[in-house]
Each structure stands twice: as C-alpha cells, then as structure tokens.
Design a protein around this ligand. Structure first.
Ligand SMILES: *[C@@H]1O[C@H](CO)[C@@H](O)[C@H](O)[C@H]1NC(C)=O
Ligand SMILES: *[C@@H]1O[C@H](CO)[C@@H](O)[C@H](O)[C@H]1NC(C)=O
Ligand SMILES: *[C@@H]1O[C@H](CO)[C@@H](O)[C@H](O)[C@H]1NC(C)=O
Ligand SMILES: *[C@@H]1O[C@H](CO)[C@@H](O)[C@H](O)[C@H]1NC(C)=O
Ligand SMILES: *[C@@H]1O[C@H](CO)[C@@H](O)[C@H](O)[C@H]1NC(C)=O
Length: 376
C-alpha cells in the first residue's frame, strides 16, 4: 500500500534528480570552461584489488569458510551497524579514500544485482594472495580479480562507448593491497630465515607486476599500492611465533622488508616500461610499526591486545564466534585499540592511515599521494 506521503517523497526525489540533469550541462555551457565541465561531470573512479584489508564484502558471496568471512557481528558494529563483510569494526581504507575523492562507497563486485561501474568497483577478497595457490578455492586470487576487471571494462565500453570508457579507465585510480597472505601461509607453518624466501618474494612481486601490466593493458594508468606491514608485529603471528606481548618477531618482519624492497624497485621499472604509468607507494610498514610501538602517540590505549578474540591477549582469531571457537571477548571501545581482531586493524587505524595515503608527504607516500593521483 503506497501512502500519499511515500508518493510525495518519490516525487521530490525525481524532481531533485531531474533538476541536476537539466542544470549540469547548462552550467557547463554557460561558463565555457571545458575542463571545469569535465571535472564536474566525471570525477575519477576507484577500482580496488586485494585482500581482507580492502574487502568490502565480496567473500559474502563465495563458497568459503568463516576464517575468510566477517559477515557476522561484531564486525561492522561501529560504523555500519551491520556486518557488511569488512574485516574491521567499521570502515576499511578504500571507504575513506572514496570519501576523500567525493565518491560513494565502492560496492563489492559480487554484490548481487545490476552494478553501476562508473564510480569504480571493489574486487578485493579476504585471504587472497598474488599467487593462485594461496588459499586456493577459498578466495578470489589476484589474477581472477584482474579477469573480473577485464569484464567490467567491456561492460563500460558497451555502455559509454569506447572513447568515454577509455577516458574513465585512464582517469581512474587502482588501489592494490596484496601479499600478506602469500607470506602468512608459510610463515605460520615455519619461521625460516628470510634469505630462503628470495625466490618466493620474486614470484609474489612478479605476479603483482603482471597484474599491474594487465590493468595498464586495459587502459588503467594510476596505481595506489601499499607495501607489506611488519608481519612479526601482527598480533596473531607474534603470539604464535614468540608468545610474548612485547616484542615483534624480527625474522618475520625482515621478510616483509625484503618484499618491500623488491616491490619498490619493480614499480620504478614499470614506470619506465608502461606509457603514462603513475603510482603512489604507501609505506604501510613504517606506519604500522610506529602505531604498534607507540600507540599513545596516536591516542590508542592498547596495541598488544586485540579488541575482539579469545585466548592470551585475545590473540586467537575467533572474533564473532564462528571460527575455531564459539567464545570470544569484545572490548567496549574499539577506538582505544590498534587491533580489532588479532589480524585486522580497527576503523580508527584505517582512518589515520587513509589520511596519510591521501595527503601525506613523499616520505610516507610517493612519488604521488592519492590526492594528487586523483587530480593528474
Ligand atoms: C562449498 O564447499 C563445500 C566444502 O568445500 C562443499 O561441500 C559444497 O558443496 C560447496 N558448495 C557449493 C555451492 O559449491
Ligand atoms: C617451509 O618449510 C617447508 C619444509 O619444512 C619447506 O618445504 C618450505 O619451502 C618452507 N617454506 C618457505 C616459504 O620457505
Ligand atoms: C606467478 O606465480 C606463479 C605461482 O603461482 C609462478 O609459477 C610464476 O612464476 C609467477 N610469475 C612471475 C612473473 O613471477
Ligand atoms: C621473543 O620475545 C622476547 C622477549 O620480548 C625477545 O627477547 C625475543 O627476541 C623474541 N624472539 C624472537 C624470535 O623474536
Ligand atoms: C613528512 O611527514 C612526516 C610526518 O607525517 C614528518 O615527520 C616529516 O618531517 C615530513 N617530511 C617532510 C620532508 O616534510
């Protein structure tokens, strides 16, 4: 039954929407400034690739296990008031970046129903790695994420025509975070010395590089990428490998450093190989390290205990009670904590880091920060 109130509301929405459509070209023609007109009509889109740090709910729609899903409480409790499939109490990094870029929240690619791709889309999948072998069958690996993007580019070309689609893809920013799971699988089994991983690191970075080349081939030009955090400071791994609250496990962190060195050299190489390629490399390693070492500097009370989980320091990855155990503790105020569960950061950490990614200086994020990357 449609009440008169409801109809009136619909009318208002239609009225406002049609006004925008009528007014926008008028404004553009009126001031005769083609560039301004283009900016107003079409801001740069955001395409997202990666793992649980970026997943906005894709894993809700695949056949996997609770380890790789967070579509149950208390995930999402702080911001969304429902468990959206983000691995945090609230928003994840791409949510903040979209906000700063004046875009709506970027939807997960697998969200059912008709998708509008002109603002971008999110392909990230918790547990995914750059190597197809990493949690194979339970996640959407990076190569498959690229194949989804290739499909999306075809849909855009059909909808907008070749020229406009090409412009959209070239102006868009491609946010990538991948690699942790490739390393955490072997690391959680054996803490071998970093030097034995040399070939492995080459494979991980080689596959990331191939995907960047694939994005470029489709028409993408601007990549924002995170380096890997100090694995030995991530609560779950620190406790498994050492068992103490205080110290990070140096050996595990040096593996991340090795990856980061190889990745940053590869990006410089890609810049010379790929026409028009521009990137923003965020030094996630050092920021994670600093927040964990000096939580109070950032207004956190605790970086050695997770807000949600069980066991010693809530270091067991059981938040929500659907994984290895049904019991778990939940803190009252997640924003006092660095870790929401023993692997993933709280929304407040994501917010702080997103601001640095957006407008930080060359030491943190370079050669471009994301704000500049969206504008160029
Ligand atoms: C999902 O995976 C489980 C276990 O791997 C399997 O038994 C089940 O048939 C799968 N379901 C679908 C719909 O593929
Ligand atoms: C982990 O240890 C196994 C054997 O103990 C070895 O085969 C494997 O290569 C190691 N993983 C890495 C990445 O070094
Ligand atoms: C990508 O990873 C696969 C293993 O999944 C490996 O065989 C291949 O050599 C890697 N590619 C590059 C360019 O390193
Ligand atoms: C484990 O923690 C202790 C005490 O904080 C520290 O001295 C030691 O170096 C750590 N071990 C490893 C392997 O990092
Ligand atoms: C860059 O920013 C950091 C803090 O975000 C600051 O400590 C550093 O001095 C800045 N460097 C330059 C060159 O401005």
């Amino acid at each position: 039954m449609a009440s008169p109130k409801f109809n009136y509301f619909c009318f208002l929405v239609l009225f406002v929407a049609s006004n925008i459509i009528i007014l926008d070209p008028t404004l553009c023609l009126g001031n005769g400034d083609d560039d301004m007109c283009l900016v107003r009509k079409q801001h740069a889109a955001l395409f997202v690739f990666g793992d649980s740090l970026f997943d906005a709910g894709n894993n809700n729609y695949i056949n996997t296990t609770a380890d790789f899903q967070s579509n149950y409480p208390p995930y999402g409790e702080t911001f969304f008031n429902y468990p959206s499939g983000r691995f945090s109490d609230g928003r994840v990094l791409p949510d903040f970046i979209a906000e700063y870029a004046k875009l709506p929240l970027i939807q997960p690619y697998l969200f059912p129903g008709n998708q509008i791709y002109s603002d971008g889309i999110n392909f990230a999948s918790a547990g995914a790695g750059a190597l197809v072998e990493t949690y194979q069958g339970l996640v959407i690996d990076l190569k498959t994420q690229l194949s989804y993007f290739q499909k999306v580019s075809k849909v855009l070309k059909k909808k907008l025509g070749d020229t406009e689609a090409k412009t959209l893809l070239a102006k868009a920013v491609y946010l990538i975070n991948i690699g942790s799971n490739d390393y955490l699988v072997p690391l959680s089994k054996n803490s071998t010395s970093a030097s034995s991983y040399e070939k492995y690191v080459g494979m991980v970075v080689g596959n990331i590089s191939n995907v960047i080349k694939g994005i470029h081939e489709v028409g993408g030009r601007k990549v924002g990428i995170l380096n890997q955090p100090p694995f030995g400071c991530i609560l779950a791994l620190k406790l498994r490998l050492n068992g103490t609250k205080g110290s990070c496990v140096e050996e595990a962190s040096s593996l991340a450093k090795m990856h980061n060195n190889v990745l940053s050299v590869e990006l410089q190489k890609l810049k010379t190989q790929l026409r028009g390629f521009k990137y923003s490399y965020f030094d996630y390693y050092n920021w994670v390290f600093d927040v964990i070492k000096h939580p109070s500097k950032y207004g956190f009370k605790e970086s050695g205990v997770a807000c949600c989980g069980s066991g010693l320091y809530n270091g067991d990855y059981t938040c929500g009670g659907k994984r290895a155990s049904k019991d778990y503790d939940l803190c009252k105020n997640p924003s006092d904590y660095v870790f929401f569960d023993s692997v993933h950061p709280t929304e407040r950490v994501n917010k702080i880091f997103s601001q640095i990614m957006w407008s930080g200086n060359q030491t943190s994020t370079g050669p471009y920060n994301l704000k500049t990357l969206f504008e160029v």
